[in-house]
Design a protein around this ligand. Sequence first.
Ligand SMILES: NC(=O)C1=CN([C@@H]2O[C@H](COP(=O)(O)OP(=O)(O)OC[C@H]3O[C@@H](n4cnc5c(N)ncnc54)[C@H](OP(=O)(O)O)[C@@H]3O)[C@@H](O)[C@H]2O)C=CC1
Ligand SMILES: Nc1nc(=O)c2c([nH]1)NC[C@@H]1CN(c3ccc(C(=O)N[C@@H](CCC(=O)O)C(=O)O)cc3)C=[N+]21
Length: 281
Amino acid sequence: MTVMIDGRQTAAKIRSELAKKAEVLKNQGITPCLAVILVGDDPASQVYVRNKKRAAEKIGIETKDLHLSAQTAQSELLELIDSLNDDPSVHAILVQMPLPKHLDENEVINAISPKKDADGLHPKNLGHLFMNEPQALPCTPRGIMVLLAEYDIGVAGKNVVIIGRSNLVGRPLAAMMINVDATVTVAHSKTKNLPEIAKNADILVVATGRAEMVDQSYVKKGATVIDVGINRLPDNHLVGDVDQASVTGVAAYLTPVPGGVGPMTIAMLMQQTLELAEKSK
Ligand SMILES: NC(=O)C1=CN([C@@H]2O[C@H](COP(=O)(O)OP(=O)(O)OC[C@H]3O[C@@H](n4cnc5c(N)ncnc54)[C@H](OP(=O)(O)O)[C@@H]3O)[C@@H](O)[C@H]2O)C=CC1
Ligand SMILES: Nc1nc(=O)c2c([nH]1)NC[C@@H]1CN(c3ccc(C(=O)N[C@@H](CCC(=O)O)C(=O)O)cc3)C=[N+]21
């Protein structure tokens, strides 16, 4: 039997706690505010923008949506970030990844004040994470850790295999898993014998951006499978990086897409915005 992990319900519970926290901040004269910069029209990013805005409104977080054209120059983007860094009404800044190819993502992330780093991707914050003294944390990996805790899925001493090594998901998740005593393997496009390595996992996390690439040949009986992927098919429906039908019955726990990691990412983004607003006092 496979238990479907309900990210939507878990996220809803977190959001209702956050709404109370936002109320407290407001009574202290602080209206938490998240600025979101989207350059161009990446489809996964657009799903994200829409759902984020809705969540923020319900919690009582203000959002500033800054949608720039795909042709925006690096200097223009850096100037926008500088002005948000200096704006005391803005507590958190998120730049949607990936950026169009002509832009330098690392330079952009570096420009965000670590104190307003909604995504926890600034090298200073990643450094704190790697030293196991976390400050702002990347939202998707954090959401995965919260989901595992919510379902009492232990991590200490477990074999965790993460497929994907992006700065946004795979790398920071590896650090978080190490910090709670997992034995971590990070796989990627150059990994050999991937199904065999994945089959060693007690907890398998898939973040490749390849629609339904992981089937039951990658999964040990009784493993937990976390599907991070958000892929929009030509017929417009969303699928993950895991072939859900194939893995069902083999995995003990599985996150659905939609309704798994995605809503948790948004809940964690809201939580971090409130935490940064609180620290700005
Ligand atoms: N649910 C959510 O909240 C979120 C979902 N996403 C989704 O998660 C997915 C991954 O996102 P992100 O990490 O940003 O993606 P990236 O494209 O930045 O990274 C993908 C990673 O997967 C690896 N990879 C690609 N193809 C294969 C393959 N065939 N076998 C093994 N490894 C492979 C790449 O390897 P290499 O490094 O060698 O190129 C790379 O490390 C996307 O679908 C994205 O939309 C992202 C963020 C949040
Ligand atoms: N700097 C940055 N940080 C990110 O965290 C980031 C990013 N850039 N760029 C794009 C990816 C993608 N991403 C999503 C998060 C939630 C959903 C989400 O809400 N998903 C719903 C979709 C439901 C639906 O609308 O059908 C679900 O999975 O249930 C989608 C996509 C964050 N990302």
